[in-house]
Design a protein around this ligand. Structure first.
Ligand code: NAI
Ligand code: PYR
Ligand code: MG
Length: 609
């Protein structure tokens, strides 16, 4: 007899495995196949999952799978081909994808995240192959809960939402921005062990100001111009309520909105939400700047920071560093006075003559005696900064001349070109090193290859740039928020996430001049970030997970680690679970002919087929 379903009285499997067992097609993202078609599954698992015969016969080791994938990846000619290949693995064999990404984080992150995700977004409607994530349109307003009900995964813990209106430094890409939520959530899983099926990439189709896309027959979003801010707010009000109703406790991350300040203020105390570009970037650069300031030997009171770019990221970062300077003993006014923000019209001053956006007012200078500085060159000659931060979307704007001046004024100038993707970086690592005689303390938003350089004293060294990218903190912020069940993400939790990075540095990393921990240690870093975020949530009394309040740090770290998804243990845990289940009904393994027939208990688990 061949049962068509697992016996109804079987002990229950996890929802993931039950879905796999029932072979439900999942039009969702990541974890869609949930290991169902993993070529590492031994025959008895395949029979249990009813996928026996649907994949090539041999049950492979991970090493074999990896060798094939890396060989195929190497054959792909362009970054986009590599991006698409990896997306297909994520879709068809999610655990294998995360095994590869965690093992090769340095090599694969640039392909699934910045810089390649930038090109993927620019060409999303052209290269589209498969559903991964959810799209909600303005036309769905009034019915968002019903559309959200279509998402097949029952236990979503975190979502990343974009409206596509400012994707990296590439402008308004409309629904093509979907690559960003998918990429960010892949890092949530790879770097912080949020289960793939607990993530929801969400892109809002609220129109686009991108005329070329609106006229492109292949563009897959609505053809309307971007809705008004008021219309967007009404839409978001409904969305936030609908998401939280379906998944109470869900953490909501806003990403790459053109003007995200109103939504952050509106929702931050009502929903468990944060803005990655303002807060995540603020925190990650806080960590790098703390390390850089320490290394420069220049006390915060003597720092002068010029920021090119006074948008979400620029203002978010500057505010975090003000907090740091205040903790170092400066008054808030003294700390604020260290910052010179420059936007497309020049130095932001209170009397510049244009109406300043609300978020710029805090940093508008009042000590300019009516004088205005229009260009970056003018501003830096006026300020003679110790620190030059780029969040402007203007590639190459930190010219060799500017870098040389920074080197002339400072023993160790802090140079952080943070715009993404690489083409928008205000300078690259090589320019920063060559033009400062190797003295720059450098971090960039997208990664650069190390540079070998011989300085004027004749010393040859390999220089490593730090990656000042919010990917170092948002995974840990999300994980800490989920595990503490925080009702809101407080400023103190954000600050703690950035400060945590300074606690993660190893002596050998400091010795090599790193400003951030080695990226290959990102999962360990995320444990520390999550722990500090949880501690801050507890101190702020916004946590609801009372059971972990009394744990010491070691026990809390262990608590975090054990809850992190680890792709490497998924196949083994599925084997254990199915094996135990079959043993419990006296059928250790299904027989060779079918699924749960008259199994011979002596069948070898790799039974002849
Ligand atoms: N490294 C990281 O982790 C992150 C990097 N970013 C990058 O930062 C950049 C900016 O992002 P947002 O602040 O969210 O964008 P935004 O649109 O809010 O701000 C851009 C700012 O740059 C200024 N700007 C534009 N053209 C300029 C010019 N020619 N000269 C001087 N200033 C100019 C604008 O006036 C505005 O103040 C993007 O490239 C983004 O990829 C953003 C978040 C995180
Ligand atoms: C890294 C990031 O969030 C951005 O460039 O927008
Ligand atoms: Mg962003």
């Amino acid at each position: 007899m061949t049962a068509s379903h697992p016996h109804p009285t079987l002990p229950s499997l996890s929802s993931t495995q039950l879905r796999a067992a029932h072979h439900v097609p999942q039009p969702g993202y990541g974890g869609q196949s949930e290991g169902t078609f993993d070529t590492a599954n031994p025959p008895y698992i395949r029979k249990y999952l009813r996928t026996y015969g649907l994949t090539p016969p041999r049950a492979e080791s991970y090493e074999t799978q990896k060798a094939r994938c890396l060989a195929q990846l190497a054959l792909k000619q362009t970054p986009i081909e590599k991006y698409l290949y990896l997306s297909t693995i994520r879709k068809n064999n999610v655990h294998l994808f995360y095994r590869l990404v965690t093992d090769h984080i340095r090599e694969l992150t640039p392909l699934i995240y910045t810089p390649v995700v930038g090109e993927a977004c620019q060409r999303w409607s052209e290269i589209y192959q498969q559903p991964e994530g959810m799209y909600l349109s303005y036309e769905d307003k009034g019915n968002l809960a019903a559309v959200i009900a279509n998402w097949p995964q029952p236990n979503v813990e975190i979502t990343v939402i974009t409206d596509g209106s400012r994707i990296l430094g590439l402008g308004d890409l409309g629904i093509n921005g979907m690559g960003i939520p998918i990429g960010k959530l892949s890092l949530y899983t790879a770097c912080a062990g949020i289960r793939p099926e607990a993530t929801l990439p969400l892109t809002l189709d609220l129109g686009t100001s991108n005329k070329a896309f609106r006229e492109d027959p292949l563009y897959m979003g609505s053809r309307r111009d971007k809705v008004s801010p008021e219309e967007e707010q009404e839409f978001l009000d409904e969305l936030m309520a609908a998401l939280t109703e379906r998944w109470p406790g869900i953490v909501i991350q806003f990403e790459d909105f053109k003007n995200p300040f109103p939504a952050l203020e509106r929702y931050r105390h009502t929903y468990t939400s944060f803005n990655d570009d303002i807060q995540g970037t603020g925190a990650v650069i806080l960590g790098g700047v703390m390390n850089a300031v320490k290394r420069s030997g220049v006390h915060p009171k003597d720092q002068r920071a010029v920021f090119l770019g006074a948008g979400s990221a620029g203002v978010g970062v500057a505010k975090q560093i003000v907090d740091y300077f205040v903790r170092e003993g400066l008054t808030e006014d003294e700390a604020k006075a260290c910052f010179y923000l420059v936007d497309s019209r020049g130095l932001v001053t209170a009397d510049r003559g244009d109406r300043l956006a609300d978020h710029k007012i805090y940093f508008a200078r009042k000590d300019n005696n009516g004088q205005q500085w229009k260009t970056l060159d003018e501003v830096i000659d006026h300020v003679k900064p110790t620190m030059l931060i780029g969040l402007s979307t203007i590639g190459g704007v930190f010219t060799p001349e500017i870098l040389k001046k920074m080197a002339a004024w400072n023993e160790q100038p802090i140079i952080f070109p943070l715009s993404n993707p690489s083409s928008k970086s205000e300078c690259d690592l090589e320019a920063a090193i060559v033009n400062t005689d190797g003295r720059a303390l450098f971090a960039s938003g997208s990664p650069f290859m190390p540079v070998t350089f011989t300085n004027s004293a004749g010393d040859t060294k390999i220089y490593y740039g730090g990656q000042g990218n919010n990917m170092y903190v948002f995974p840990g912020i999300g994980l800490g928020t989920i595990l503490s069940k925080a009702v809101e993400v407080t400023d103190s939790m954000i600050y703690a996430s950035g400060e945590a990075l300074t606690k993660c540095m190893l002596p050998e990393e400091i010795e090599k001049g790193f400003l951030y921990p080695d990226i290959t240690r990102i999962r360990e870093v995320s444990v520390v970030v999550a722990r500090e975020v949880i501690r801050a949530a507890q101190a702020a009394k916004v946590d609801r997970e009372t059971a972990i309040r009394d744990l010491n740090d070691n026990d809390l770290d262990a608590y975090i680690r054990v809850r992190m998804y680890n792709a490497h243990s998924e196949v083994a845990s599925l084997e254990r679970e199915v094996g135990a289940l079959l043993s419990s009904i006296g059928r250790p393994f299904p027989n060779g002919n079918g699924y749960f027939g008259n199994a011979d208990a002596s069948d070898d688990k790799n039974a002849k087929l």
